[in-house]
Design a protein around this ligand. Sequence first.
Ligand code: SAM
Length: 236
Amino acid sequence: MRHLKNWDNKTWLSSQQYIYNFIRFLNKKIRFKQNHLILDIGCGRANVISDLYKKYKFRNKPIGIDIIRNTNIKKNINFKKIDGISYLQKTKKEFDVILLKQTIHFFSQKKLNLLLNLIKKKLRSGGKLLIFSLKTKNNQIPSFKLMKIKLKKSLKRDELLFKVIKKNLKKFNISTFKFKVTINNQKYVKMIESRYISCLLNLKKSEITDGIKEIKLRYKDKIKFTDSLICISFNK
Ligand SMILES: C[S@@+](CC[C@H](N)C(=O)[O-])C[C@H]1O[C@@H](n2cnc3c(N)ncnc32)[C@H](O)[C@@H]1O
């Protein structure tokens, strides 16, 4: 699969409003303390942990890891370009909070199970793991026909991954993070052009071009929808 490079590149997912709302959601789950060490696996441009650091001024900078080094990664965090499993196998650190946001679908069932075992080892006692992933039922992500088919297939696979997670963690809580998006049709077309979501990565250029024509016709100038994520939280 190609790499995902434009997910949080000037999209609603990197907007101040989104990050503000997301951190408010995290605040309801975690009582952050200055001595907390945070790890974000699959951090992308690290917008979330960067803002967390600004807000809480942790003694140690949060650590963000990703298999790709994007442009414009936030500077106030410690970034490492490494795969999540390799990092956890090597590091001697223990963490108070581990985030895994919209990243599980890059793992096979077997690798996800291994990742979770390593995470459980590397969480401090009392530490928290938060996993976020697209809601699989009635998802509202604006799509063209082929994109919808690919997305549906990917969300079906996510349901299997949720089963792996639930079996592995045994005790967990489930909630939903919702964000109301309003975006210009033109801007959304640009996001599709840049293959912002993984179900677009392997489409042919001509399929993207046809899809964009469909988006322009199917949706109004201002597209409105709710971006909903399932949150699975686990306490050690
Ligand atoms: C959809 S993006 C989410 C980025 C960020 N967490 C967010 O929500 O804005 C998924 C990220 O996971 C990264 N990723 C995929 N496989 C990974 C792995 N094995 N280890 C670490 N990061 C990985 C991708 O490169 C990508 O940046």
